[in-house]
Design a protein around this ligand. Sequence first.
Ligand code: MG
Length: 386
Amino acid sequence: MKKRLAILGSTGSIGTQALEVIDRYPGRFEITVLTANNNVKLLIQQAIKYQPAEVVIANESKFGELSGALSGYPVRVYSGYEAVEKVVQNENIDMVLSALVGYSGLMPAISAIKSGKDIALANKESLVIAGELITKMASEKNVLLIPVDSEHSAVFQCLAGELNAIEKIYLTASGGPFLEKNNDFLKNVSSGEALKHPNWDMGAKISIDSATLMNKGLEAIEARWLFNLEPTQIEVIVHPQSIVHSLVQFEDGSIKAQMGLPDMKLPILYAFSYPERLKTDFPRFSFTDYPSLTFEAPDTDRFKNLELAYEAMYAGGTMPCVMNAANEVAVEAFLGSRAGFLDIPLIVEKTMRKVSLVRQPSLDDYRESDREARLYAEEVIGNLNR
Ligand code: MG
């Protein structure tokens, strides 16, 4: 029987690569649901090609265009964020790929888990915000939570077949486009420069997060919940070649690494086909093309976000949610030229110092903290000297 998939964020970088993967295995997968935020033109093309039962465009002003274009097809059409939460409950879904960006991924993931769907998770922010709640819910509902993030997929792959405790994990970081740059350079960096990642082709939000190292901070928190680790068991190591995707160290001192060329299609495919590995014709890694694989400690003086993320992880409660909200607002402001590159950690830090911490948060507390943090971060941006 084919695995029936919902792709949330089907027009983004992960979503389109997921559809490329699916195209290679027509006998294995079929699409029940597609959702997009804004790109209605591409969503229409995808809906006509895959003929899912349901499609959603989150931007409600695009509903007319979508429903008009699909009126001759047996596809139900919705708009708005609540509709995304609804369609993941369709009973003809086996697995939901969440490739949404930022906080918007939280409620759809919760809704999908509640209705018993396995999750392929590319939206790390949902675990950053509410990882404890989500992983608890997933284990109660007995659903699989399979990481699509390349580092976490690597750890997950290293753990396949293991019954032994993890001593620690190493999350590898490419270091982003500014690994070798000093603060004078960073002060005046443009969003165009920050969007050019040396190894990975990704969406705007994650590209900026990679350049500031916030991405690795978010991933440390994501790893904490996915693999049930203490913050002290998670170490970030800079590996500019992006070939070793992450490593697990066991209690006897042995380390397992997962390696390969940097290509998101691999972790996407593994999440879809798990526990099976499907044969691919992807390019193979050649050791002689990479005679030296290097590793170094991250520089948290220049890339303060990584330190702030660890601070939020140690603080727990709503602090990662506050940090994430401030970061989303700060990245948006940087992309819109309302804040400089080095303002991003400043905005995050000020917001973390300001918004009060709830230690044992409910879902409503996360919502409220997110809202409060966004308002305060905007205030900080309004007061920047530019
Ligand atoms: Mg990653």
